[in-house]
Design a protein around this ligand. Structure first.
Ligand code: HSE
Length: 440
């Protein structure tokens, strides 16, 4: 049988990895897929560089629409990124009856509903394993491997740049700004790393996992997003003393009232495996009612790890493209007519536990007042630590840091208490609040 023909839009880091791995492992991939998979045409603005990567045997053009218009192409891989031209090209490819493979989490998290509906109507597949956690097959696991389960929650380290920064901050006791500069110097973080450090990239990814885990539409606009830019070395140190590490987690959880969908720094008990995921690595925990807790670990970015996910999608499509569209695996794991309208909860309704750090006047009755406010609101305390404050000027040397860990409470309830605490004359600086996840 002739190989299935693939058109590649954008041949940067992931595109060249895809080309090279397909070539290197072609014989084994063909034995798995049932026929060969051939990148037959590439579109890239830098035609000369692209031609160098793929060699003279593959046609390279600068206009992606030439690839989409080619009747020989069955699958289009979109590796351009962003919401602009990439969205137009994906929709045009679908309209032309092509199957699509994409690593574009931003596009699917924001415009997924429109894109999946277009694909459904046209009877083509849109596959996106590479969009979440790079080489870790977490989409496949959630959509197919765990299909027996009522999934309860998913929590992941799904941004390598921020995990690298947090690891360095902890290892070397440095503040965020210093490590970010180092990450940029080493080429880990983008020159404009905003999406990484502000949590947006992780929020795109957890939005996609949420949709697949619970059968709800992709709703990036409802996600709570908080990055790591305000984290200080002192809190990483205090967390460590209390038996926790701070990680940027993407969390989605099913509750009786709706779905939690959130990205923010979280204290995680040091004894959890996920707390020990360091550097640029990714890891995702999934809790299902039948399977219990499962953990997936690997490289969340990079040329060949991400190519591994792209090619897995190419193989799936090669195996399934002749099947009746109604008998294929649904894009979001649940049949399109059986999606749930479970609402995404606002942050004030999320229930979790907290780390609070208060710079207070070191005098009698201060701690009693703080714990009294928590008790009045029905918030139970898990641990209290008092430490001589770092970086206090001589004039302020009668100040101290009080760290309080709470048990689970509603975030709205905690916000009210924090406002009361902040207005006390004995609380000398803005209160630091970091959420805490036990993940058990
Ligand atoms: N910027 C992402 C990260 C790359 O740091 O994990 C993969 O999405």
């Amino acid at each position: 049988m002739n190989p299935i023909k693939v058109g590649l839009l954008g041949i940067g880091t992931v595109g060249s990895g895809t080309f090279n791995v397909l070539k290197r492992n072609q014989e084994e991939i063909q034995r798995r897929a049932g026929r060969g998979i051939e990148i037959a045409m590439v579109a890239d603005l830098n035609v000369a560089r692209a031609q160098e990567v793929v060699g003279a045997g593959v046609k390279v053009v600068s206009d992606a629409r030439e690839v989409i218009a080619n009747p020989e192409i069955d699958i289009v891989i979109e590796l351009i990124g962003g919401y602009g031209i990439a969205k137009a090209l994906v929709l045009e490819a679908i309209a032309a009856g092509k199957h699509v493979v994409t690593a574009n989490k931003a596009l699917l998290a924001v415009h997924g509903t429109e894109i999946f509906a277009a694909a459904q109507a046209k009877g083509v597949m849109v596959a996106f394993e590479a969009a979440v956690a790079g080489g870790i097959p977490i989409i496949k696991a959630l959509r197919e491997g765990l299909t027996a389960n009522s999934i309860q929650w998913v929590a992941g380290i799904i941004n390598g740049t921020t995990n690298f920064i947090l690891s360095e901050m902890r290892d070397k006791g440095l503040d965020f700004g210093v490590v970010l500069k180092e990450a940029q110097r080493l080429g880990y973080a983008e020159a404009d790393p905003t999406f990484d450090i502000e949590g947006v990239d992780a929020a795109h990814k957890v939005t996609l996992m949420s949709a697949i885990a619970f059968g709800i539409p992709v709703q990036f606009d409802k996600a709570y997003v908080e990055g790591i830019t305000k984290l200080g070395a002192a809190d990483i140190k205090y967390a460590e003393q209390l038996g926790y590490r701070i990680k940027l987690l993407g969390i989605t959880k099913r509750t009786a009232h709706g779905v939690e969908l959130r990205v923010h720094p979280s204290l995680v008990p040091t004894q959890r495996l996920i707390a020990n995921v360091e550097g640029a690595m990714n890891a995702v925990m999934v809790q299902g009612d039948a399977v219990g807790t499962t953990l997936y670990y690997g490289k969340g970015a990079g040329s060949e790890p991400t190519a591994s996910a792209v090619i897995a999608d190419l193989v799936d499509i090669t195996r399934l493209h002749t099947a009746d569209p109604l008998n294929r695996v649904p894009h979001l794991a649940f049949q399109p007519g059986a999606m749930s309208d479970l609402r995404v909860l606002p942050m004030s309704e999320v229930v979790t536990s907290y780390y609070l750090r208060l710079r207070v006047a070191d005098q009698a009755g201060v701690l009693a007042k703080l714990t009294g406010l928590l008790a009045d609101a029905g918030i139970s305390i898990d641990a209290v630590l008092q430490r001589e404050a770092d970086q206090v000027s001589q004039a302020d040397e009668n100040q101290t840091d009080v760290i309080i860990l709470t048990h689970d409470t509603r975030e709205g309830t905690l916000n009210d208490v924090l406002a009361q605490m902040q207005s006390l004359p004995t609380v000398m600086a803005p209160i630091v609040r970091i959420r805490k996840e036990e993940l058990n």
